[in-house]
Design a protein around this ligand. Structure first.
Ligand code: PLP
Length: 420
């Protein structure tokens, strides 16, 4: 039997990523989509133009199977539409997606769409540096109240959700960066569901999604990605994506995107679209390599502690990792004896892994969070989150893990100093 949903043949996600959302007839028969670089689109009739604007302005919704004329590429364009259709296949519950020119564009559009001066939101800490900036430098001065809760503290998060007046959204980043502390998404979603109106639960799913963590399945309303990282996977483009099981939420974000002008442009949308079918392939290899690296380096005398979800010491965190995620991902953090000097000597000595921020690419990268990605945090915050002088963060790529381990071991030998 052929199964269909809204006109689509229903296939499994890996197939949908390749086969759905693109009609070769619209691109002179090309097997892969063309790049449509036009800024504006020719209307099929003045009536069709009027109809397209009615729909774009939210005065009307398209009828089933209706083909609506495109208007102008800041609102949407064919490569964004093809990509958004493919993106709904990366999380089983996704019904709609919106693409943005960076992960931060996606995150800031969500906050600006759902919050107004006088409203509040609850968020986990630590959060990605750009998100932290957005909160402190834009949202709080606008009169929006931020209620921070430490990552991993489920009870405090549920309590903050239950007691914060005028709660407009809940923002969870899990696992946290760079300490990989996990927060229980389902628990937060349950607390949010007890409220009327129910505040949307937003999850930054960049670190483990989509291969190892499906935020929408766990109860999130919006699953947001820095597509710059694992989705694009080659450290050669910027992008952001938001997925939801509620098309109305995505329509709202697209409306604001048209005003802010932060849609992902056609070339970038085409590149990202071509990377989606290999996300799971890459992430599985990165995870396998990360596990090997973490296992090997735990034995080294320069290492005080290896941080990786497969080796969580805390029982509640280990239980949550097993329940919430289907894998441990490609990120590893090392806490080195010898503080900043040891960390810098380690980074200086690496020859395969490069000293750079960012993550999720096929090439391994290493950085010192305290002096780079998390440099804006206060001493007190750094200590509270466990971002010490000796902490290095590794994003593991798809190189031969034996070469990576040898490289890291040379770095760790150097980290022990001339006497070590
Ligand atoms: C990189 C990153 C972002 C921001 O994404 P950009 O594409 O750089 O704007 C947001 N959240 C997390 C967890 C990230 O790693």
């Amino acid at each position: 039997m052929v199964r269909r949903r809204r006109g689509h043949l229903i296939v499994r996600p890996d197939t949908a990523l390749i086969s759905r959302g693109f009609d070769p007839k619209l691109s002179v028969g090309s097997a892969r989509p063309a790049v449509f670089r036009s800024s504006t689109y020719v209307f099929s009739s003045p009536e069709s133009a009027e109809r397209a604007f009615d729909i774009a302005l939210g005065r009307s919704v398209p009828a089933h199977g209706e083909s609506v004329d495109l208007i102008y590429a800041r609102l949407s364009h064919p490569n964004a539409e093809i990509l958004e259709d493919h993106l709904t296949a990366i999380e089983p519950k996704a019904e709609a997606a919106a693409v943005f020119n960076t992960g931060m564009a996606a995150i800031s559009t969500i906050f600006l769409a759902l919050l107004r001066p006088g409203s509040a939101f609850v968020h986990t800490t630590p959060v990605y540096g750009g998100t932290q900036h957005l909160i402190h430098q834009l949202l709080e001065p606008m009169g929006i109240r931020a209620v921070p809760v430490p990552a991993g503290d489920s009870d405090a998060l549920a309590e903050a959700i239950a007691t914060t007046p005028k709660l407009g959204l809940v923002f969870i980043e899990t696992p946290a960066n760079p300490t990989l502390v996990m927060t229980d998404i389902a628990h937060a979603a349950k607390a949010a569901a007890a409220l009327d109106p129910r505040p949307p639960v937003v999850v930054d799913n960049t670190f483990l999604g989509p291969t190892f963590q499906q935020a929408l399945d766990l109860g999130a309303d919006l699953s947001v990605y820095s597509a710059t990282k694992y989705l694009a996977g080659q450290s050669d483009m910027l992008g952001g994506a938001v997925l939801s099981s509620q098309p109305a939420l995505i329509s709202m974000l697209r409306g604001l995107r048209a005003v802010l002008g932060n849609i992902l442009p056609p070339d970038e949308a085409w590149i990202l679209d071509s990377r989606l079918p290999t996300v799971a392939l890459r992430m599985h290899v990165q995870e396998r390599n990360a596990h090997k690296v973490a296992t090997a380096l735990a034995e080294h005398p320069a290492v005080a502690r290896v941080i990786h979800p497969a080796f969580f010491a805390d029982a509640a965190q280990a239980e949550l990792a097993a329940r919430q995620c289907t894998g441990h991902g490609g990120m590893v953090a090392l806490d080195l004896h010898g503080g900043r000097r040891a960390a810098f000597d380690f980074l200086r000595t690496l020859t395969i892994t490069r000293n750079a921020v960012s993550l999720g690419g096929i090439e391994s990268l290493a950085c010192h969070p305290r002096t780079t990605t998390h440099a804006e945090l206060s001493e007190e915050e750094l200590e509270r989150y466990g971002i010490g002088e000796g902490l290095v963060r590794l994003s593991i790529g798809i190189e031969d893990p034996r070469d990576l381990i040898e490289d890291f071991e040379r770095g760790l030998d150097a980290a022990m100093g001339p006497a070590g």
